[in-house]
Design a protein around this ligand. Structure first.
Ligand code: GAL
Length: 345
């Protein structure tokens, strides 16, 4: 375990060093030790004030992420305020404006709506605040409007592909009843979100690319939410029964909900149904270990938080980003019963 943590930390360091590759600012000439008065001027780049906007606190994965972010920033001596957007873009816009009025040195923003990115970017650009966007990726064109802006996240298509591969790795490649096709239900996150769109597409594409025939029995939005995952899965099990061979969930929280429905219906994961999620939440790791989930995909909150802070510090030191080079990605990792121990605390 210690070895794994050391390896992970080393990977994070390599990643963040390689990742936040904005154009380096000129080293300022070191003249004299800054006076107390100087340390209060906006030129001071260390130990500054950071505003962090999270789309909503009531989201399992983003809770892990924001805790990691806060810990890393505070450890480095920043004064941090983290605010809850309550899944309300208008509210988050106000929070961003308040941070700007308060004169924060940098912002880290997890937008409520990806479609609001252009407005957010224009607001932070007008205020000249270095900004790191996280978790909900805008288009490259939108980001190109501001060179003191970077996005840190993951390539959502990769997580979808890994989910499909988890099914392909089962003894019957997901075709439990041997009828020549994999019949599945898809429990989707918020469909406005690129993670939900790409995971939905690429999980199934991994199967079809491998020549496996698929049949979608249902696709329902569960908004990343455990209770919705449970209700959707319970309804689908009532409607389609044994026909369902695979339950794809765009995240683990919905998968944990789905598992409750699967168990209530008397079904047994890895025997008569497969279940996969994304995030590698602690609860999901326990279920993978116990054989109650086929697998999950690590969405590395700590590595993303480290990379976000690294990029933020680069921006604070004057780095700028060229159009088309403003996205920094952290790799997903497949989690199976074989390697789950490596991810458990
Ligand atoms: C995803 C994550 C989900 C949810 C979502 C919010 O990356 O897998 O669980 O947190 O972000 O945008």
């Amino acid at each position: 375990m210690k070895k794994f943590v050391a390896l992970l930390l080393a990977m994070i360091m390599v990643l963040s060093l390689a990742a936040c590759g904005g154009k380096k600012a000129e080293e300022p000439a070191k003249e004299s030790t800054p006076s107390q008065e100087q340390t209060q001027t906006p030129e001071v780049k260390e130990g500054g004030t950071i505003g962090v906007c999270i789309y909503k606190f009531d989201d399992a994965f983003m809770t892990t992420y924001r805790n990691a972010l806060q810990a890393i920033l505070e450890d480095k001596g920043y004064t941090v305020t983290v605010v809850d957007g309550n899944n309300d873009q208008a509210k988050q816009n106000e929070q961003i404006n308040t941070f700007i009025t308060q004169g924060v040195d940098a912002l880290i923003i997890n937008p409520v709506m990806t479609s609001a990115a252009a407005t957010i970017i224009s607001t932070v650009k007008s205020a000249g605040i270095p900004t790191v966007l996280i978790n909900r990726e805008p288009t490259a064109d939108e980001m190109a409007a501001y060179d003191k802006l970077v996005y840190v996240g993951c390539d959502a298509a990769q997580s979808g592909t890994f989910q499909g591969e988890l099914i392909l790795d089962t003894p019957n490649k997901g075709d439990i009843n041997g009828d020549g096709k994999v019949s599945y239900i898809m429990i989707q996150g918020d469909p406005e979100n690129i993670d939900a769109q790409l995971r939905t597409e690429y999980s199934v594409k991994a199967l079809t690319d491998a020549g496996v025939e698929v049949e979608q029995l249902n696709l329902t939005r569960g908004d990343w939410d455990r209770e919705k995952g449970q209700t959707i899965c319970a309804n689908d099990l009532a409607q389609f029964g044994d026909k369902i061979e695979v339950v794809f969930c765009n995240n683990d929280d919905m998968a944990i909900g789905a598992l409750q429905a699967i168990q209530s219906a008397g079904r047994k994961v890895n025997e008569d149904i497969y279940l996969v999620g994304v995030d590698a939440l602690d609860a999901a790791l326990n279920e993978v270990k116990a054989g109650n989930m086929t697998g999950t995909v690590l969405n590395d909150a700590t590595a993303q938080a480290s990379a976000a802070v690294e990029c933020m510090e680069g921006l604070l030191n004057g780095d700028t980003y060229a159009a088309g080079e403003q996205s920094v990605y952290v790799d997903y990792v497949k989690v199976t019963p074989d390697n789950v121990g490596d991810f458990m605390k």
